[in-house]
Design a protein around this ligand. Structure first.
Ligand SMILES: [Zn+2]
Ligand SMILES: [Zn+2]
Length: 220
């Protein structure tokens, strides 16, 4: 029996063609991955656009070429966390933000999000993918908020248990606030990312968010 199980694709995804964000080379890699790992009978003309977790699985399958890819992790969960299986809440959050960044790089390359006139079909497709990705993260954060609330209630009932080192949903709320701040103000994009000091992983995250590493195409 093969060790690697086929990736089952979910049903929610942008209606755009993945060609609007992938280079020709990446498109070939992506279609090969869909065919071989996901066992989909597709070609470049009808390949589905990946959602955040699928995109992560795709880049992880390319080996060390994409250090942004998250692997199943053993990061310490909060004692109340019965929900994160393969990925801790922090890694799951990074899967979403990596995906948004990837789409945004493609969008910025063709003038997004400020291009108002002469917007063509490709521009509209990447724009739809961008809005899908932001919506997917917003929906994800609704769950995170509810679980963070549970964690705080648990902390209140277990005051002697130290949970500040856990990769918790509360920590993701902090990261999200920081991320919103960094991504909503275009003028801050040119300044170096803020140093966040509370965990190694967050520093790593901040580094990965740096503008220099945003170019997936040429960093590969
Ligand atoms: Zn993790
Ligand atoms: Zn999610």
């Amino acid at each position: 029996m093969p060790k690697r199980l086929a990736v089952i694709l979910g049903s929610l995804r942008p209606t755009s063609s993945p060609k609007c964000v992938f280079s020709d080379e990446h498109m070939t890699m992506y279609v090969t991955w869909l065919q071989q790992t996901c066992k989909l009978n597709v070609d470049a003309s009808n390949a589905p656009f990946p959602n955040a977790r699928e995109f992560n699985a795709f880049i992880r399958a390319q080996g060390p070429r994409y250090p942004q890819a998250r692997s199943h992790c053993q990061h310490t969960r909060h004692p109340n966390d019965q929900f994160s299986k393969e990925y801790c809440p922090v890694c799951l959050f990074q899967i979403h933000t990596n995906y948004i960044k990837f789409i945004n790089v493609a969008w910025e390359r063709i003038g997004g999000p400020w291009k108002q006139t002469e917007a063509d079909e490709e521009y509209a497709q990447v724009g739809r993918a961008h809005h899908f990705a932001r919506m997917e993260l917003a929906n994800h954060m609704v769950q995170v908020d509810a679980l963070a609330e549970q964690e705080r209630a648990w902390n209140a009932q277990n005051p002697k248990v130290e949970t500040s080192g856990a990769y918790s949903h509360s920590r993701v709320q902090e990261m999200y606030r920081e991320w919103l701040h960094l991504t909503s103000a275009p003028e801050t994009k040119r300044s170096p990312p803020k140093k966040v000091t509370w965990t190694d992983d967050t520093k790593e995250y901040t580094r990965r968010s740096g503008p220099d590493e945003m170019d997936w195409e040429y960093n590969a």
